[in-house]
Design a protein around this ligand. Structure first.
Ligand SMILES: Nc1ncnc2c1ncn2[C@@H]1O[C@H](COP(=O)(O)OP(=O)(O)OP(=O)(O)O)[C@@H](O)[C@H]1O
Length: 381
């Protein structure tokens, strides 16, 4: 069976290792060839010579230096309408010269949605120093979800690795909203410099629990109702860049009804929350390609910032759009904000049709509860 677990590693001697389970594939030979064009010889594609399971053991038992750990770059070649893959190719020589002396550089191109989750888990179990999401918020979201399994953090199989695997980000997406909270632009060279400096900081992660107990993690913003529906439509217009989010919001309004919810904050009493347009839970500040929806959110605060828009009509959205972009909308009538550790949400309208997204990814279930996991992941900042 073709499994999704794979990454290719190289050290400063330009020796490449494919890490993947259960198959060796012509496709990876092709990918590796394109990499070889950017690097001097010798290049050894070990998996073309041996069964991969053997190759995996060999690579793990004989690293180029016992002190060198892996940096695993998970690249979404389709991110930003294909720009991510092109930028990555240009970035690779710089990245190798900047980081190749200290780390084994490993790369994995995602083959489709959710692939990054599996590769991240595999990399953490194999003791990677860091897993770096190369792409947009959807790729970061999948990598973050790979840090967890069955409700618990994934850990290295090698108990000698006391330093946990860190999350890294090379923002190269359409919106790249998570990066904005840190003031980072879609500048991959600046991102490589950050990785080289290697400053780590604990960041919070949000966890959404569904009615059947299913869990989903987010690091940026989870949101319910209109904005989530807008995100769903926006994903069809990515070729228009950041404008896709405004187009998505206008399309979402066409079939939108504000609905009555009830919410419970920090395990308190249920509160009636009438005519909700959108309920957004920010671990970080931005969504929708630069809308500062949760200006008070801080991923290092140990809490989440809940922003609720009520009674909005489409023209209120248009009229206040500039305020949503610059984060001054909290002063607008029918907008409220509060800091929480947990929130439970129920649609009591009986109408249904409520969308939810987690870091821009559409979820097929309504949340029972959304909580913060303070300092759950170490991130390279
Ligand atoms: N090989 C692939 N082919 C198609 N889609 C992919 C592939 N790999 C990953 N994906 C999906 O692409 C989606 C979008 O990727 P990503 O977030 O990196 O870019 P973006 O949408 O342009 O940026 P942003 O989310 O910041 O606006 C992800 O949700 C992911 O599931």
């Amino acid at each position: 069976m073709m499994t999704c677990h794979s990454f290719i590693c190289s050290n400063n001697n330009n020796h490449y290792y494919h890490y993947h389970q259960n198959f060796y594939s012509v496709a990876f030979g092709r990918r590796a060839t394109s990499m070889a064009a950017t690097t001097p010889t010798p290049v050894v594609f070990r998996s073309e010579l041996k069964p991969v399971e053997q190759d995996l053991r060999t690579a793990l038992n004989f690293p180029s230096s016992p002190r060198q750990r892996d940096l695993v770059f998970i690249v979404n070649p389709q991110g930003a309408n294909g720009r991510t893959g092109k930028e990555w190719k240009k970035l690779l020589p710089f990245l190798r010269s900047r980081l190749g002396n200290d780390y084994n550089i490993c790369e994995s191109f995602t083959s489709g949605p959710r692939h990054a989750i599996d590769v991240t888990r595999e990399a953490i179990r194999e003791g990677a120093d860091a897993v770096i999401a190369v792409g947009g918020d959807g790729t970061i979201y999948e990598v973050v979800n790979g840090f967890f399994w069955d409700g618990k953090p994934v850990a290295s199989d090698n108990k000698e690795h006391l330093k946990p695997t860190a999350l890294g980000v090379i923002p190269l997406g359409t919106g790249s909203d998570f990066a904005r909270t840190f003031g980072w632009k879609n500048d991959p060279y600046a991102a490589v410099d950050r990785l080289a400096k290697g400053m780590r900081s604990r960041v919070d992660v949000g966890v959404i629990t569904g009615n059947c107990g299913q869990q989903n993690y987010f690091i940026n913003v989870a949101d319910i109702h209109l904005s989530a529906k807008a995100g769903f439509y926006a994903s069809k217009y990515k070729k228009f860049g950041n404008l896709c989010y405004v187009i998505g919001a206008l399309q979402a309004f066409m079939s939108h009804y504000n609905q009555d919810f009830r919410i419970k904050v920090n395990e308190g009493e249920w509160e009636f929350c009438p005519q909700v347009t959108a309920l957004c839970v920010g671990n970080a500040k931005f969504f929708g390609g630069g809308m500062k929806i949760a200006p008070n959110a801080d991923p290092r605060s140990g809490s989440l910032s809940v922003v609720i828009l009520q009674h909005f009509k489409w023209y209120d959205f248009i009229f206040n759009l500039h305020k949503i972009y610059n984060g001054t909308h909290l002063k607008v009538k029918n907008v409220s904000s509060r800091s929480v550790h947990s929130i439970e949400v129920e649609d009591i309208s009986g109408r249904g049709g409520v969308y939810i997204q987690s870091d821009g990814e559409h979820l097929g279930f309504l949340p029972r509860k959304i909580c913060v996991l303070p300092g759950a992941i170490e991130m390279i900042c």
